[in-house]
Ligand binder design. Sequence first.
Ligand SMILES: Cc1ncc(C[n+]2csc(CCOP(=O)(O)OP(=O)(O)O)c2C)c(N)n1
Ligand code: SF4
Ligand SMILES: [Mg+2]
Length: 351
Amino acid sequence: MTYIAKPRFNHPQAAVNALGYTRRYYEGSISTLCAGCGHDSISGALIQAFFELAIEPHRVAKLSGIGCSSKTPTYFLGSSHGLNSVHGRMPSVLTGANLANRELLYLGVSGDGDSASIGFGQFAHALRRGVNMLYVVENNGVYGLTKGQFSATADTGSKSKRGAVNNDSAIDMVGLALQLGATFVARSFSGDKEQLVPLLKAAIQHEGAAFIDVISPCVAFNNHAGSTKSYDYVREHNEAVNFLDFIAPRTEIVAKFEAGTTEDIEQHDGSVIRLRKLASDYDPHDRIAAMNYLQARAAAGEVVTGLLYLDREPKDLHAHLNTVRVPLNALGEKELCPGAAALDALNASLR
Ligand SMILES: Cc1ncc(C[n+]2csc(CCOP(=O)(O)OP(=O)(O)O)c2C)c(N)n1
Ligand code: SF4
Ligand SMILES: [Mg+2]
């Protein structure tokens, strides 16, 4: 369906941003994801964030790995630079692009399988090096694209669609991001755009390694008997689902919270995510306190969301390496090849 062009018609009174662009200008191709997939909501939130920030799409480079989540850059910012790389390798491709040209805004989109399994090392090194980027993990606890195997973020004791129990320990992406030195760390939920859009906007504008773990339900493989959103239940109540099979036209999970409260949200498989909004006295500038808080709340079965940590004076990889400001493709032959004397001097300095 990505080959189907979206209608170009714009309502004459559609809102425009500071650049005079409508929201449509920030959209991409028509999504091929399952109806109701949380990943589509995240795409919508990213569109909203870039629209509201009035960023020229050609200033953005979107990179991803492999997975349903990694497909999503096709569905937003259709005029931006983009590369759908290899499974788990988005971080190193993004790092290389960033080193070659620091003038673009880098957006890495990945999945829990892409980043917490095959790309685990890549994820870790991009964050510890302080690559200036927004790294979004669309976290559904399964390998959606390969039909719903447990991913490494699946909680101990959680059940697969077929009722198998996951006995492995879960990898907590935000806990790792904090430990690895990311300078902006947040967690959100795809059904809560009111929370997610401002977090995305802040992270896009952050000049360092920004990481957001977005809990994003998989409607196709996060179901089980007894859920009011399971296949069986919907088949009994909705003919259209029989026709569409597993791409059931479900609505997004929408959640609203008061600051400092918790709320249980039933996922499509009937399991419950307990979300906790940050209390108003939470200090997002204390990395160690944030790590302790997250661990304690996780042990109590809660998923903490919001801005978890912010370094107000971040340094990025270019600052660490003292690189040139000019994009490499704008350097002349003289700078790129300074001659034998410069090479001799460099070699001598390393002896
Ligand atoms: C090297 C390699 N190994 C395995 C695969 C098969 N594969 C494709 S996507 C995927 C997992 C995707 O899971 P996730 O990143 O969580 O994305 P989701 O589909 O859940 O959004 C796997 C194992 C692959 N494409 N390449
Ligand atoms: S399989 Fe799951 S993750 Fe993939 S598009 Fe469908 S609902 Fe989304
Ligand atoms: Mg996944």
